[in-house]
Write a new protein. Structure first.
Length: 386
């Protein structure tokens, strides 16, 4: 009941417009909530099958797919990317490993040119842009959040290592979505009607000025420095608009444009929280995922993009000293800009997901999401003490 009450309070007191929250506990769907408006303009209700754009939450789902690929022996996290993608070995990138890419240590947060909207579905164009990119820092020595680029990198590694040359979106659909009867896609198929997709309420420049206090001071400073990695990252994809289906939702951007039902995201993490055996994660790979966050060669966890401590491993956002979101550091997941968050907590056998259409300004711990997450853990604590 705690979770439902907090969900209602999000609408009554915290400005929620439309949202859903789902939780799997020990393999069972125990929370499945949705409410509000799918489209604030038309007052269309958010219903049981509403789908929502998940932004960087998509990175976590893509990391699950790469973990499945590693478990099948398609590659090893410590392999150099150039073993599968020879053209990548240009401009100082020949020794960059898949692990370094996934852990945001490769220094490839900014491509040499902005990716044009009308060309993001041109695989040859995107691959060429990424192949000639030069690292912004010594790979492996520091880490810094790669906003858009890792999705394209991950997809190319997947295509070139998979015996069937499938992309992340194709692999996800064939190996996870269809077998589990789930609704989550990276590369939205034509069969999904526009009527099911929530209309995002994006952050506006004027409102941003009145909400800067919720952003860490160090990060806030980077937002106003035109030469900073963070400022420039916002403009990698020109004119990106999640409310425009083509090309922004139909093309695969495995770091940014997953679309689906929130319960589907929770289901994937629910399977992972049970050890990952159902999606085919082997014990060695699962140990890699649940290990503590990777420490760059410098020994510092300060993120070169956000300028605050961040924690990654391999491709997932991990609990750390200043962002301990689960019961232990074995948990793994990923947030999405605007407030969405999903993760697996294997110690509690918990798979959790929350997403909404009204975006907020929080870098972490969006007040709506955190209230729900805290309520989930209160419920588990009561169960554990009974």
């Amino acid at each position: 009941m705690d979770v439902k009450e907090e969900f209602i309070l999000n609408f009554q007191k915290r400005g929620e417009v439309g949202a859903a929250c789902a939780v799997y506990y020990k393999g069972e769907l125990v929370v499945d909530l949705w409410g509000g408006y799918q489209d604030r303009r038309t007052k269309k209700p958010w219903d049981e099958h509403t789908m929502v754009v998940s932004y960087s939450l998509t990175k976590g789902i893509s990391a699950v797919i790469l973990a499945m690929a590693q478990s099948r022996g398609y590659f090893d996290y410590d392999d150099p990317v150039s073993r599968y993608w020879p053209e990548f070995a240009r401009n100082g990138k020949e020794a960059i490993t898949i692990r370094q890419l996934l852990n945001h240590e490769a220094g490839l947060c900014l491509p040499d040119e902005k990716v044009k909207a009308e060309k993001i579905d041109d695989q040859n164009y995107v691959t060429e842009v990424l192949s000639r990119q030069k690292p912004q820092w010594e790979p492996g020595y520091r880490h810094g959040y790669h906003m858009y680029t890792p999705g394209f990198h991950m997809n190319e590694i997947m295509r070139r290592s998979d015996p069937m040359n499938r992309s992340i979106g194709q692999f996800l659909n064939e190996e996870v979505v269809k077998p589990g009867n789930l609704s989550f896609y990276i590369g939205l198929p034509d069969s999904i009607s526009d009527d099911r997709i929530a209309r995002m309420i994006q952050i506006g420049p004027v409102n941003s000025l009145f909400n800067l206090a919720v952003i860490p001071r160090e990060t806030r400073k980077q937002m106003f420095m035109v030469k900073s990695y963070l400022f420039q990252s916002f403009f990698i994809l020109k004119h990106y608009d999640p409310n425009i289906r083509y090309p922004f939702l139909t093309v695969e951007i495995p770091s940014a444009n997953g679309v689906g039902e929130v319960r589907a995201i929770a289901a994937i993490y629910g399977m992972m929280a049970m050890g990952g055996r159902e999606p085919g994660i082997d014990e060695a790979t699962f140990s890699e995922i649940t290990a503590p966050a990777s420490v760059p060669g410098s020994g510092s966890m300060i993120d070169e993009v956000f300028k605050i401590e961040t924690y990654y491993n391999p491709g997932f956002f991990k609990p750390g000293r200043y962002d301990f979101y689960a019961s232990s550091d074995r948990a793994f997941g990923h947030p999405g800009v605007g407030g969405s968050f999903s993760f697996a907590d294997p110690d509690k056998q918990l798979g959790y997901a929350y997403a909404m259409n009204k975006m907020s300004y929080y870098i972490k711990d969006d007040k709506r999401e955190k209230k729900l997450r805290d309520a989930v853990y209160r419920c588990i604590e009561r169960i554990d003490t009974e």
